[in-house]
Design a protein around this ligand. Structure first.
Ligand SMILES: NC(=O)c1ccc[n+]([C@@H]2O[C@H](COP(=O)([O-])OP(=O)(O)OC[C@H]3O[C@@H](n4cnc5c(N)ncnc54)[C@H](O)[C@@H]3O)[C@@H](O)[C@H]2O)c1
Length: 271
């Protein structure tokens, strides 16, 4: 049966696949029959992920790579083309906030460490731009491909304490619109660029600010839930279907959107 939501057989590059979101999406992709190229900067996490993916009888290869290093991305592209001959999907998932780039409640903005600001803005913005350049070039030659970026609730309205992460994710939302327009105008309707904007999911990057050591909710996470109409955090697997949909032919006329997956957080004023 011709299932327009299917991604079976598509070659998908997933950066940050060693991490929480990338790992969950990578698993759902191999389960849906996609061929996964997992890219991560951490060898051990990458190896563990590839074992997990191949244990699911998925077709997956791991490529150690740095999303901030064009040469390492070009090397990855050569490897993927040699193995599978094309690139259908690029998921720019590598990123995340960094502990040093989160201001303490009693820390002033003007005391922020510039090196941490630079690290977090570079990783979260350039970390999607550079892979889009390298793999987007191949999609332009193919006149076909899908790119998905990861924005954040921090791009919609101010979140306290995370200025660098917020600026970068706002940049990602804008870059998604820009690249979607550029690709369609120059190479036609076969290339689409969209983003997801996850709401609040407990992950390694934010666990300490949302959950106290005794397991209770922090003041910050109580505020998050008060502004979330569904009154809960997301389960990481709740991103998978939306990403698969955006990558499938069912979304063939959707480009340049940032899809919130947030239990209503971005829709609700809080009143
Ligand atoms: N967890 C959440 O609640 C949440 C919410 C909104 C957005 N996000 C976004 O989702 C994405 C993934 O988040 P996560 O929670 O899975 O983070 P994570 O830290 O679990 O995973 C990130 C992965 O990226 C890899 N990585 C880091 N720098 C890299 C580089 N230079 N090159 C290649 N790989 C690199 C890391 O090794 C890690 O495996 C990020 O963009 C994050 O901002 C997460």
């Amino acid at each position: 049966m011709n299932n327009q939501f299917s991604i079976a057989g598509k070659v998908a590059i997933i950066s940050g696949a060693g991490g929480v979101l990338g790992g969950s999406i990578a698993k759902s992709f191999v389960q849906a029959g996609a061929k996964v190229v997992a890219i991560d900067i951490r060898q051990e996490q990458l190896d563990a992920r590839i074992k997990e993916l191949t244990d699911l009888s998925g077709e997956a290869i791991g490529v150690i790579g740095n999303v901030l290093d064009i040469a390492s991305l070009e090397k990855a592209a050569t490897e993927v083309l040699a193995k599978w001959g094309r690139i259908d999907i690029l998921l720019n998932i590598a990123g995340g906030n960094l502990p040093g780039a989160t201001l303490n409640p009693d820390q002033d903005f003007y005391d922020m460490k510039i090196t941490d600001w630079e690290k977090v803005t570079t990783l979260n913005l350039n970390g999607a731009v550079y892979p889009s350049m390298v793999f987007g070039k191949i999609m332009a030659q193919q006149k076909k491909g899908v790119i998905i970026n990861v924005s954040s609730m921090a791009a919609y309205a101010a979140l306290t304490r995370v200025p660098g992460y917020s600026v970068a994710k706002s940049g990602i939302s804008n870059f998604t619109q820009w690249l979607a327009s550029e690709m369609a105008l120059k190479y036609g309707d076969g290339i689409r660029v969209n983003a997801i904007a996850p709401g609040f999911f407990i992950g390694d990057q934010n666990r300490a600010v949302l959950i106290n050591p005794d397991g209770s909710l922090t003041e910050r996470s109580q505020k998050v839930l008060a502004k979330t109409p569904m009154k809960r955090f997301g389960d990481i697997t709740e991103l998978n279907g939306a990403v698969q949909f955006l990558c499938s032919n069912a979304a063939s006329f959707i480009t340049g959107v940032v899809l919130p997956i947030d239990g209503g957080f971005s829709a609700f004023s809080g009143v």
